[in-house]
Write a protein that binds this ligand. Structure first.
Ligand code: PLP
Length: 570
């Protein structure tokens, strides 16, 4: 069966093509769901009527294709090509039938009933159906067809490649990088075509200060619905009481929570940046450490895991107003009931930042903090696999304070295109496929960490419960900076990272952070983790050996080519 078999194949003709239409209907392989749109006899009819009918169907259903036949094929093709997104190709021989798909991605083939032998016509249709669109440079040309036909304002309709070839080229290069390299940065993911489309939409034009139904601008009827969808989906996904989907980033979501309920000088107890916490959890270089009095908890020196008794002791001593749970490079399950109990003991509020693990939480691959926390913040672009941005979930009692802090407190017009992208990602996160990928992300990380330990590498805390882990490079011939460079040279992109109690400088620390979200989104499983473990070990043990780097680079390139992600964009 041809690879590109469409779900449905429409067929239509006028009287001049009627006999050939009937012949094709009887002789085309049965796997096609053939839908005959007429004509029903050899009585004279007007061909445009049938061409429009079929083109409407194909344009409205992008997975379908069509066959149009009239005496010469000319009238049918002229008519069909008036339709947006229709590429109707009049073909006469094998070469034109094949090229019609390979270069023009024709979604309608047009035949001359008085020109072709029925057996030749059948052969041409089958060749067109079984050929594959080559994409690449041809896509740009197909895009140009649409824009030229549709828009009198050529400047606004001109494609990026024409307006700004430099940026266009950089985007292509970045797409190629993401496609051909194995990206193991724990905080990154690759979004779907659907999310990309929502983000690249005209919603970017719309000012919508305020919230759905309460805006300071007119014309918000559609963006209101988009934001409401994002909110409703977030609430149902996380089983939360209130959601604000407007924060521009994870950092601004955290800032909004603090500004909503804390006074300058109040105390925040968060995880030490050097042990895996985030800048916004009270680090001195961040607003959170400058506006508030920040105190920290960290991991135990022996186990490299959180010691909840020690956290409680610090809380009792420091009496924080807010306890912050959550991390950027901590590989163990967080005990939210315990955090809640500690917060209650000292009368503190609890904010849980699930920026890294939000996708795992949705999929049940990490416990949810929602029943325990006053506030849950997250980015939407890490394991959650949405557009770059942030979100706040909170209890109803804090809803209006949080909303007022985001707007008008911190932000003006929300990024409606990003909010639409968040809505799409939240919808995708309800799918079985998403849940499967999240669970596999955790399995892959644990498998990879175990294999590396078997190969003699030291993994911080002895393993992982989530999507990431840290490799301690202390006993290897490379530090964090060199490891990041050598791995990237070999086709694996990861980031240098401090390890707990790191004696080295953050610019060239003793660790490297490895994450499996992207590999898992691409469909990789344990078999591939085995290969990756081998590659990681080889590069980290021989960071300056060009033969090793070259060999790993080719293994990784081959691996990535078997798990395409953005090949449709290239
Ligand atoms: N919170 C945590 C735990 C993070 O790891 C990050 C980013 O890495 C953030 C917040 C901040 O997100 P953003 O980069 O969108 O400001």
């Amino acid at each position: 069966m041809p690879k590109n078999t469409p779900e449905t194949l429409f067929i239509a003709s006028d009287h001049g093509g009627y006999q050939l239409k009937e012949f094709l209907k009887s002789n085309l392989p049965k796997q096609y769901k053939l839908q005959d749109l007429g004509t029903a006899s050899e009585t004279s009819v007007n061909y445009p009527e049938f061409a429009h009918k079929l083109a409407d169907q194909v344009a409205a259903n992008p997975d379908t294709s069509g066959i149009l036949i009239c005496g010469t094929g000319i009238g049918m093709s002229i008519t069909a090509n008036r339709h947006r997104n229709i590429r109707a190709a009049l073909v006469h021989d094998k070469f034109t039938a094949q090229m019609a798909k390979e270069h023009n991605n024709a979604n309608i083939i047009v035949l001359g009933g008085r020109v072709l032998e029925p057996s030749t016509a059948l052969e041409l249709v089958e060749l067109w159906l079984s050929s594959e669109y080559s994409g690449g440079r041809h896509q740009q040309r197909l895009d140009l067809i649409e824009r030229r036909n549709l828009n009198s304002n050529r400047d606004i309709a001109a494609p990026l490649s024409q307006v700004d070839p430099e940026i266009s080229q950089l985007i292509t290069q970045e797409t190629e990088r993401e496609e051909s390299k194995l990206i193991m940065i724990a905080s990154e993911n690759c979004v779907s075509q659907a999310v990309l489309e929502a983000q690249g939409s005209v919603l970017t034009n719309k000012y919508a200060e305020g919230y759905p139904g309460k805006r300071y601008y007119g014309g918000c009827q559609f963006v209101d619905q988009a934001e409401q969808l994002a909110i409703d989906r977030a609430l149902s996904l996380f089983d939360a009481e209130h959601a604000n989907v407007q924060p521009l980033s994870g950092s601004s979501a955290n800032m909004a929570v603090y500004l909503s309920v804390l006074q300058p000088g109040n105390t925040i107890l968060g995880m030490n940046l050097a042990h895996g916490g985030h800048l916004t959890h009270g680090a001195s270089v961040s607003f959170s450490g400058q506006i508030y009095r920040s105190v920290y908890y960290g991991v135990d020196r022996e186990t490299e895991k959180l010691d909840y008794d020690a956290i409680e002791e610090i809380a009792l001593r420091e009496r924080p107003h807010m306890i912050v749970a959550g991390a950027s490079s901590y590989s163990r399950t967080l005990d939210f009931p315990r955090f809640r109990a500690i917060a209650d003991k000292v009368g503190a509020m609890l904010m849980v930042d699930i920026a890294h693990i939000a996708g795992l939480v949705v999929a049940g691959a990490h416990p949810s903090p929602v029943p325990y926390a006053d506030f849950v913040t997250t980015t939407t672009h890490k394991t959650l696999r949405g557009p770059r941005g942030g979100m706040i979930l909170c209890r109803q009692e804090h809803a209006s304070k949080v909303d007022k802090t985001i707007f008008p407190g911190l932000q003006g017009g929300p990024l409606m295109h990003t909010i639409a992208g968040k809505a799409v990602a939240f919808k995708e996160a309800t799918t079985e496929e998403f849940v499967k990928v999240q669970k596999q992300t955790v399995i892959n990380a644990a498998f990879l960490a175990n294999r590396l330990q078997e190969k003699g590498l030291r993994i911080v805390s002895g393993g992982t419960d989530n999507h990431l882990f840290l490799i301690d490079l202390t006993n290897l011939p490379v530090n964090g900076k060199g490891a990041e460079e050598a791995l990237d040279d070999a086709g694996i992109t990861a980031n240098k990272n401090g390890i707990p109690f790191d004696p080295r400088n953050p610019a060239d620390p003793s660790g490297i952070r490895i994450g499996t979200p992207i590999a898992s989104t691409r469909g990789m499983r344990e078999t591939e983790m085995e290969i990756i473990a081998d590659c990681l070990e080889k590069v980290l043990s021989n960071p300056e050996d060009n033969t090793v780097i070259t060999q790993v680079r080719s293994t990784i390139r081959e691996l990535c080519s078997r798990f395409p992600v953005y090949s449709h964009l290239l």
